[in-house]
Design a protein around this ligand. Structure first.
Ligand code: ADP
Length: 600
């Protein structure tokens, strides 16, 4: 036992488990035949795997010890090729008599049975003799070997025995090629599937750039591609962006882009991913001139072939995916084309999603712009009105205090003064509305004692309430109830609600105001409640309450002076404090407004 093999790569040192069971069985049967029919003590069939190539023993027949020792062994092809240089050419078989083996070289390859030659005659088998059939495929590439040892009669094989061995070598050749092809196919499917899983995961993203960035590596690896690019068509049939594998923009001529687009639409119709390569005829969606033009362009950037896949969703074709292979790379298989088309469906859906998202995003932006414009307009107009109005009021006041005015003039001045004051209130509300609706103008939050807020508001509304003989009930706990927010704005919320309650409650009614912690369900909130036994609000009005300038349709409410801005201001202030406004009301019975604010 003096010839040793190279150490096996760790992943397949045991049984050659990579191939499918049917292939393994077929190859084992051939090895068995060599021992039983051709009369050898041992036969081993190996296949070429890996890069750089090595021989891996796949089936051993004959001696149990040899089987144990040989199965799964790896030997670099290089060593075998060197030994074969000295071989006699016996058809498919090669024979290297032991005399020709260089001592050092021979020891590194094969398996040597522990026997002696039966006699001194020249045709006696020597344990160091090497009889092997290298198995080549149709392109002349070595794919495996059939090796035998220990002839039963102890002699080097004669003509008849060689013919039998030749027949087995041919069988072994075919079986090995089939096994390798099946394996390659299984590998492709596995890699393609891995790529598809990654693409699927990536399609959860909403931007196509991100999807391409996250899945390109997996696609290129999974499809053993040199690169990829992806073209999308926009809604109106124009050309969208082209994303290449490395993120750079690929400069395709307009003619190529247009061919690709027509081809993609046709390919989506017939649900087919197809190969454009010198080794296959062009699909019927390409004219020969177009095909040649594409191949010439590809060759100019070092690409031999492409797998062209349409992307789409439903009946709609949305783009195409192109995977490329350089010269000398393997040909595209049908399994890869199927996998690519599946990915085309995944990416198609992703493109649709990304588009919908983009559209919605744009719409929201437009609405926001419109809203900002409206706010800007209100703020500007209010500002421009305020200054002249202040001056009008100043002069009115001056005139009113003049001693030599008669009664009629004076009462006219009073009416003008009331009107001007009302205008000031509207303008102040407008200015406040635009201030609290401006996202740029953030609140500076601090603890605000609601107890104090309520007291101040009650002080201010007391007179109005007394005029209507309203009962004002205030319920606040002894300890401070602290909200977190802008004191002035929270004060405004309370004032608007209480003044509405007083305004929309008929004489002799009652209004109550209370503050408290929001309770166990919302321990981090405080609540301000303003309720009245007033005219109430109808269900349909409730739905629109809080939109700017909305006043209810109830004649009893319209009879009261108002602008329809008070609740809009309340709603905006509550929103920007991340609070919540709850309104419950019944027409003719009364209303309750509850404001939840973050606790300090
Ligand atoms: P304004 O009171 O200036 O009209 P608001 O924005 O404060 O504007 O209120 C909008 C509308 O909601 C009022 O016109 C009124 O119809 C209704 N409303 C508000 N508060 C009450 C209330 N406490 N009871 C009945 N209706 C109310």
């Amino acid at each position: 036992m003096d010839r040793e093999t190279a150490p096996a790569p760790p992943e397949t040192s045991a049984q050659a488990a990579w191939s499918d069971a049917a292939s393994r069985e077929a190859i084992q049967l051939i090895a068995d035949g060599v021992t039983r029919v051709a009369g050898f003590g041992i036969a081993a069939i190996s296949v070429v795997r890996g890069d750089p190539g090595y021989l891996e023993v796949m089936a051993v027949a004959g001696s149990e010890t040899a089987r144990e020792e040989l199965k799964g062994r790896h030997t670099p092809i290089e060593q075998l090729t060197q030994e074969l240089e000295k071989a006699d050419d016996w058809g498919l078989l090669r024979f290297v008599p032991h005399e020709r083996l260089e001592p050092g070289l021979g020891e590194t390859w094969g398996w040597v049975p522990d026997v002696d030659p039966i006699d001194d005659s020249p045709d006696a088998w020597h344990p160091m003799d090497l009889l092997i059939a290298p198995l080549y495929d149709d392109t002349g590439r070595m794919r495996g070997t059939l090796a035998m040892d220990l002839p039963v009669d102890g002699r080097r094989p004669g003509e008849a025995q060689r013919a039998v061995l030749d027949a087995y070598a041919e069988q072994a050749r075919q079986a090995v090629i089939v096994a390798l092809e099946r394996q390659a196919l299984a590998d492709q499917v596995r890699m393609g599937e891995a790529a598809r899983r990654i693409v699927r995961k990536a399609t959860a993203q909403l931007s196509l750039e991100r999807i391409v960035a996250d899945s390109r590596e997996a696609m290129i690896e999974g499809f053993r591609a040199a690169g990829m690019w992806l073209q999308t068509f926009d809604d109106v049939g124009g050309r969208g962006a082209i994303y290449s594998a490395d993120g750079s923009v690929i400069e395709l001529t307009p003619e190529l882009v247009s061919i690709a687009e027509t081809a993609a639409r046709r390919a989506w119709e017939i649900q087919e991913a197809s190969v454009v390569a010198p080794y296959v005829p062009f699909g019927d969606w390409l004219t020969p001139e177009q095909g040649e033009m594409i191949l010439a362009y590809l060759a100019s950037i070092g690409i031999e072939s492409i797998l062209f896949t349409p992307l789409g969703a439903g009946p709609q074709c949305l783009g195409n995916l192109v995977l490329t292979r350089a010269f000398g790379a393997p040909e595209w298989s049908a399994a890869e084309a199927t996998m690519a088309l599946d990915i085309g469906h995944d990416l198609g859906r992703a493109i649709l999603n990304a588009r919908t998202f983009e559209r919605e995003h744009k719409l929201v932006e437009e609405l926001q712009e419109l809203d900002a414009y409206k706010s800007q307009l209100i703020a500007t107009v209010a500002h421009e009105l305020k200054n002249p109005l202040t001056s009008v009021m100043g002069h009115l006041e001056m005139l009113e205090s003049s001693p030599d005015l008669n009664g009629t003039t004076l009462s006219s001045l009073h009416v003008m003064d009331r009107g001007a004051r009302r205008m000031v209130r509207v303008i102040d509300d407008l200015l406040l509305l635009s201030k609290v609706g401006d996202p740029e103008n953030r609140i500076i939050a601090a603890p605000v004692d609601l107890h104090r807020v309520v007291d101040d508001v009650i002080d201010l509304t007391m007179v109005a309430a007394q005029q209507k003989r309203l009962e004002l009930k205030v319920d606040v706990p002894d300890q401070a109830v602290l909200a977190l927010g802008d004191a002035e704005e929270i004060d405004r919320v309370c004032a608007n609600l209480v003044s509405n309650a007083v305004k929309y409650t008929p004489a002799d009614g009652s209004v109550s105001v209370s503050v408290e912690m929001a309770g166990s369900e919302h321990p981090d909130q405080v609540v301000l409640t303003v309720s009245d036994a007033g005219i109430g609000i109808s269900q349909s009005d409730l739905e629109r309450l809080g939109t700017e300038f909305f006043r209810s349709s109830n004649p009893a409410a319209v009879a009261q002076p108002g602008t329809g801005l008070g609740l809009a201001i309340v709603r905006r202030i509550v929103e920007r404090h991340h609070g919540r406004l709850e309104i419950s009301s019944e027409l003719g019975k009364g209303s309750t407004f509850r404001v939840f604010l973050p606790a300090a």
